[in-house]
Design a binder for this molecule. Structure first.
Ligand SMILES: C[S@@+](CC[C@H](N)C(=O)[O-])C[C@H]1O[C@@H](n2cnc3c(N)ncnc32)[C@H](O)[C@@H]1O
Length: 303
């Protein structure tokens, strides 16, 4: 049976399955957002959650399914693509796992979280070792509906939480492509100073905030030689990955900036391979965050 050959599984974002399919080797089957593979688990930029070494459990009842999952470990997250009612009844017999939105700034959850699904009425596919500590890779924050001018700040929240580092009071940050000001809002709320550079204006409410400075123009014109020291360089500029890479490389080489978070946007016929060049920069992470659209996020800290 094909299910016995499953050696890894990849959960992708609903609208970003194509690049994930390009990345994953040995695809056996795809169930909505879950890709099953016969190859060992590999890094995949576009996966929200990677299921390592999943096993198939034969079950003869709902109770039996719950008992077998509990015997493996405590915390489980259901990914349900079929047989929803049966799957839900099994999940309800497992220990409760909190789905409460995070309150930023915070640390990622520390407890191990496994994932499971029903392959059919009598077979569970379960992985006790998943790459994401969040339920199906969904990183939910308590949202602020009044302060920020857009929801873009959520991807910055997610990247900072993943890095386990945050701009500190008094630190100096550059926010490239900052309009209308969601990231600037989040940065100044942490007490840091932010220079936002964009061809478009900031929302006047954001521009009026203390510690926010706005400069109109091309963010790529900002050069390391213009600054003594920068604590964080953020970019959410809409541009080709190669343009961003050349610009951030000059900053990395200059050693003038300590931390970076930049979104790598893909448009037209994208060369997803470009993401690997960012990853080759030492102490980097590249990931498709839950709050990313057709983009990846590069995170880098100089230590
Ligand atoms: C996705 S939006 C940024 C959203 C922002 N991070 C926020 O939180 O509100 C991308 C921005 O990049 C800006 N942009 C594109 N090319 C630029 C360039 N060369 N220099 C500066 N800004 C640029 C656009 O004007 C746009 O405002």
């Amino acid at each position: 049976m094909a299910s016995l050959n499953i050696r890894s599984a990849y959960l992708g974002a609903k609208d970003q399955m194509e690049p994930l399919k390009e990345e994953v080797d040995g695809i056996i089957d795809i169930h909505n957002q879950l890709i099953l593979s016969s190859a060992p688990a590999m890094e995949a930029f576009w996966a929200l959650n990677i299921w390592q070494d999943p096993i198939v459990l034969a079950i003869d009842s709902i109770n039996d399914g719950a008992r077998k999952l509990k015997a493996l470990q405590r915390n489980w997250c259901l990914y349900s693509y079929q047989l929803h009612r049966r799957a839900k009844l099994i999940q309800e017999k497992l220990p409760h796992v909190s789905a409460k939105p995070l309150i930023f700034p915070c640390s990622p959850p520390s407890s191990q979280l496994g994932s499971w699904t029903l392959l059919d009425q009598n077979q569970i596919l379960a992985s006790a070792q998943c790459s994401s500590p969040y339920l199906n890779g969904e990183v939910l924050f308590k949202e602020d509906k009044k302060g920020p001018p857009s929801r873009a700040y959520l991807k910055l929240y997610e990247a900072l939480t993943r890095m386990r580092q945050f701009p500190q009071p008094g630190e100096f940050c550059i926010d490239a492509g900052g309009s209308p000001g969601g990231w600037a809002w989040a940065i100044q709320k942490l007490g840091a100073r932010v220079l936002s550079v964009d061809r478009s204006s900031l929302d006047p409410k954001i521009q009026a905030l203390p510690n926010v400075e706005y400069r109109k123009g091309d963010a790529f014109a900002l050069q390391p030689s213009d600054f003594d020291q920068v604590d964080w360089l953020f970019s959410d500029v809409i541009c080709y990955p190669e343009k961003l890479f050349d610009w951030v490389s000059s900053w990395v080489d200059s050693r003038k900036c300590k931390n970076f978070i930049c979104t790598i946007k893909f448009q037209g016929t994208p060369d997803y391979g470009y993401a690997k060049k960012f990853l080759e920069i030492e102490r980097s992470q590249v990931a498709h965050l839950y709050h990313n659209k057709h983009e990846l996020t590069w995170m880098h800290t100089v230590k």
